[in-house]
Design a protein around this ligand. Structure first.
Ligand code: FES
Length: 124
């Protein structure tokens, strides 16, 4: 069962504190986050950049919380669709070579900002 973070509204108008940088596990920097009753995964890519994207894969709904962090994104644990931190699908391994269907697939993403140890999401 993932450690799910809940909404913690603080600070300026539309920004919501969702987690602390220090909460991200160095081995697997990924947290399940609920924001305005919507489910997301917060992750840090290999470049140290954060992403907050929809938690459920648009293919068959697999939980991206259990995905693999690789190539600066999350790979779905079911059929391997790969998403970057903007929520854009960047690869579909089972599609025929040359297919560009992935370009039309995107999961929701939420803008983030970091102040000190605090990670804020732009509430929608
Ligand atoms: S459910 Fe995610 S790739 Fe199929």
């Amino acid at each position: 069962m993932p450690n799910t973070k809940s909404d913690k509204s603080v600070g300026p108008a539309d920004w919501t504190l969702i987690a602390k940088l220090s909460e991200l596990n160095a081995q697997r920097p990924l947290l399940a986050v609920t924001l305005n009753e919507r489910k997301y995964v917060l992750f840090q890519n290999e470049n140290g950049e954060l992403g907050l994207i929809g938690r459920h894969c648009p293919h068959r709904g697999a939980d991206l919380f259990y995905g693999r962090l690789e190539d600066n994104g999350i790979r779905c644990p079911f059929h391997g669709w790969h998403f970057d931190r903007s929520g854009q699908c960047v690869e579909q391994p089972a599609e025929p070579e040359g297919s560009e269907m992935f370009k039309a697939i995107k999961v929701p993403m939420v803008e983030l900002k970091v102040e000190g140890d605090n990670i804020f999401a732009l509430a929608q």
